[in-house]
Ligand binder design. Structure first.
Ligand code: DSN
Length: 420
């Protein structure tokens, strides 16, 4: 690989310099975006491998191109390991990423105009769960349900049941990209069964934690479809995974290819196989416990500094801080202050946010990447204190410079996987 890096430096120095710059940025800063992580170094090998050269339309044993003896091996391993990991009957590992993965389920199981229940975007649902700006939001009749932030983010299942009885949805979707609690999948399933609806859980953020037994598993609750991206808590390549009951296997496979996509990215499929294998190891459970423990420690440290956490805390890997209520400035100001001290997070709307998405009330934080890097309670306590200091002194250059130096010093002791 070194020889190829040298070649890149000679042939395209602009790209090489950007690559080195990104490596340095990742090494010198703390990553708190809850959907990001450090991919396994072994996966980086497959992503940059000759598997990227191969067209493999179709599925193992039934392809439309020759030369598939090795791609069949990796895709079969990826599917088998994914099924074992989550206890699923069928797995499709070809979705190119999260939005395509969810679209592949909707497009084959629903007709345009069908009614679907999904979590409201500002309460933590994803764009593909019916947000009006997404194509999926326009194609189906979404009814958006909410959580109760004042009651630890609880879903009001009585209200949801009433909505379902009235609207007779074809599908009930649950899952989230900004919700700091676990979900009671059995309650969703019971309501869906009562009204004859299909069930889908998008566990993209928490796929790794579900696999590690740290959070509830919707497959075990009998969900028809469970989707997850593979690059967040799972530490894999960018990609998507659809798990479903055997009765839907043919429809899902046809929906992904040829319905929605062309050739799968076999370099990513090889990475997914590695990722599933890693998560089947006993150490994976320890890693998941570490992510949750770090989230608890960081949450406490932030609260000690005056942070108001949406829903009052966290049960998973993430937390949403209401910066306006906490300190009187918005999430954009907080994100920029943290960027300046090499702590990366994202500004985030809070439930029913009165502020717009580019200047929302909150920020969203998560602990998978820091845990991968080896951070424990000591580092999380320091981090929480630095964050409060940087945000509340966001106009004080001297404070920002001091905190940035402390962050860089800590980071120098924790190498980033995959960066030499
Ligand atoms: N962009 C991902 C996230 O940050 O949650 C979801 O699409």
């Amino acid at each position: 690989m070194d020889a190829y890096r040298k070649l890149l430096a000679q042939t395209d120095p602009e790209i090489y310099d950007a690559l080195v710059g990104e490596e340095k940025r990742q090494a010198a800063g703390i990553e708190l975006i809850p959907s990001e992580n450090y991919c396994w170094p072994e996966v980086l090998v497959t992503l940059g491998s000759v598997f990227t050269n191969k067209y493999s339309e179709g599925y193992p044993g039934r392809r439309y191109y020759g030369g598939q003896e090795y791609t069949d091996v990796i895709e079969t391993l990826a599917r088998d390991r994914a099924k074992e990991l989550f206890g699923a009957e069928h797995a499709n590992v070809q979705p190119l990423s999260g939005a395509a993965m969810n679209a592949a389920v909707y497009l084959v199981m629903l007709e345009p105009g069908d009614t679907v229940l999904g979590m409201d975007l500002s309460h933590g649902g994803h764009l593909t769960h019916g947000a009006p700006v997404s194509h999926m939001g326009k194609l189906y009749n979404w009814i958006r349900y909410k959580s109760d932030p004042a009651n630890k983010g609880a879903i009001d299942f009585e209200a949801l049941r009433k909505t379902a009885l009235e609207s007779k949805p074809k599908m009930i979707v649950c899952g989230f990209s900004s919700y700091p609690r676990d979900l009671d999948y059995a309650q969703f399933k019971a309501i869906a069964d009562e009204v004859g609806a299909l069930t889908m859980a998008d566990i993209s953020h928490i796929g790794g934690l579900v696999a590690g037994g740290a959070l509830n598993n919707p497959v075990a609750a009998g969900f028809d479809f469970v989707t997850t991206t593979t690059h967040k808590s799972l530490r894999g390549p960018r990609g998507g995974l659809i798990l479903c009951k055997e009765q839907f296997a043919k429809q899902i496979d046809k929906s992904v290819f040829p319905g929605l996509q062309g050739g799968p990215h076999m370099n990513a499929v090889a990475g997914i196989a590695i990722t599933m294998g890693k998560a089947l190891q006993p150490e994976w459970k320890d890693y998941c416990r570490g992510i949750l423990a770090n989230a608890q420690t960081l949450a406490k440290a932030l609260v000690a500094g005056g942070a108001d956490l949406v829903t009052g805390g966290t049960d998973n890997h993430m937390m949403v801080v209401d910066c306006v209520t906490s300190w009187g400035f918005n999430g954009k100001i907080a994100e920029e202050a943290l960027d300046r001290v090499n702590i990366t997070c994202n500004k985030q709307v809070i439930p029913d946010d009165p502020n717009p998405p580019l200047r929302p009330s909150g920020i969203r934080l998560g602990t998978p990447a820091a845990t991968t890097r080896g951070f424990g309670a000591d580092e999380m306590n320091k981090l929480g204190a630095w964050m409060v200091e940087a945000m509340t002194s966001h106009e004080d250059e001297a404070v920002l410079a001091k905190v940035k130096g402390e962050v860089e010093e800590l980071c120098s002791q924790f190498p980033v996987p995959g960066v030499e």
